[in-house]
Design a protein. Structure first.
Length: 389
């Protein structure tokens, strides 16, 4: 079994997570013993949350920088482009990572596990979360599943080296792993757009599923706590997060040229809106993008960079070729809007925004999700006030 880690950077991180409430006292011994650094590759790409960019760090050439990144409360990309990327710099799409320690330990705390519980860790990644659960729940109680065979093999090697021995499975996490169920708890560590029925079926009645969930509207997810009863599961959302998406539930990339004609916005219907950029932006991890995704079906948004005081925000229909663009300008009280196609997407988005403000701008924890064999329903305040997700 691993021994407690006594590294200054690790100690500082533990204190900050305890002070912030992300690391609960019952998980402190696990945090101290299951060292994130043991599960990281020698070459990795720490992700800067502000700049939304990564820089390569190599343990062989700069061990101090490598350990500093390992002991920082930031996500670290460990794989690009499903493993196809081999160049030194960042790839196009991050597809595996070590999540922020504050997020990892909040999720573990939310899981409400006790020693002896049977747990499915869905999305092995580096193996750190599976290791933490094994340390807490005991040998033979944790199954961890990963769709990427190479990532799974590397995680298994690191877990074995740490003296931690969960059952490691290669497979599509959306199908779960019935061979080692039923489970008292299921933790999903990638973003879902639909809660798979297999996960509900493999959780014992009264058991709990904790997962990041969101819509294709944006990358804004929220952690949902689903209590399972028979063939259904229901529960509330908590905090906002961003996770890499399930490979089987990814949205096909949007090509603007498939929507907007070569002449651009000319010919589209035009209007103006009094909704300001400040009202609409919602802030990083703010609830508004998540809510708009709940209320505006089959739509995705693309927020462009601001240039010369102007920021365009685009909207694309996912079931047809409708599109809209709103141009926010710092020097104007109203924004100009262009819309085209069978739907008026900005009108739908603006209506959803006004619905949200009319409900007293509810936060994540006033929303919930119910999953049944017939589909998913989201709701405000109580399941009776629901609509299809």
């Amino acid at each position: 079994m691993t021994v407690a880690v006594d590294r200054p950077g690790r100690r500082r991180l533990a204190r900050s997570l305890l002070d912030a409430g992300a690391l609960r006292p019952e998980w402190e011994a696990t945090f101290t013993t299951v060292d994130r650094a043991m599960f990281l590759p020698d070459v990795m790409w720490p992700w800067d949350m502000m700049s939304r960019a990564s820089n390569r760090v190599d343990k062989a050439t700069d061990a101090d920088a490598w350990h500093a990144a390992a002991d920082a409360d930031q996500p670290i990309v460990t794989q690009w482009d499903d493993g196809r990327h081999t160049r030194p710099g960042p790839g196009t799409t991050a597809t595996s990572s070590s999540s922020m320690p504050s997020v990892v330990y909040r999720l573990l705390g939310d899981l409400d596990v006790d020693e002896g519980m049977r747990v499915l860790d869905n999305g092995t990644g580096t193996g750190e979360t599976a290791g933490a659960l094994t340390h807490r729940c005991g040998s033979g109680k944790v199954t961890t599943i990963e769709v990427d065979a190479e990532a799974s093999q590397q995680a298994a090697q690191r877990l074995n080296a740490a003296g931690l021995h969960p059952t490691v499975v290669v497979g599509d996490g959306t199908a779960g792993d019935s061979a080692h169920g039923p489970y008292d708890r299921i933790l999903v560590t990638y973003g879902l757009r639909e809660v798979p029925g297999a996960l509900v079926e493999q959780t014992r009645p009264g058991g709990l599923i904790v997962a990041p969930w969101g819509t294709h509207y944006s990358n804004a997810d929220a952690v949902v706590h689903l209590t399972v009863q028979k063939a259904a599961a229901s529960g509330r959302f908590t905090s906002g997060v961003e996770f890499m998406k399930s490979r089987s539930q990814r949205r096909t990339a949007i090509s603007p040229s498939d929507y907007v004609p070569s002449e651009g916005v000319r010919g589209a219907d035009t209007s103006r809106t009094s909704v300001t950029e400040e009202q609409f932006a919602g802030g990083r991890f703010g609830v508004l993008p998540f809510v708009l995704g709940l209320r505006v079906r089959d739509c995705t948004q693309a927020v462009a960079d601001k240039r010369d005081g102007a920021r365009p925000v685009w909207f694309y229909g996912l079931s047809d070729r409708s599109w809209a663009c709103v141009l926010f300008r710092d020097d104007r009280a109203e924004a100009r809007v262009w819309q085209s196609g069978p739907r008026r997407l900005w009108d739908e988005v603006e209506a959803a925004y006004h619905w949200w403000t009319a409900q007293a701008s509810p936060g994540f924890n006033r929303f919930g999700l119910t999953v049944t064999p017939d589909g998913q329903q989201v709701w405000l305040d109580e399941p009776a006030n629901s609509w299809p997700a």
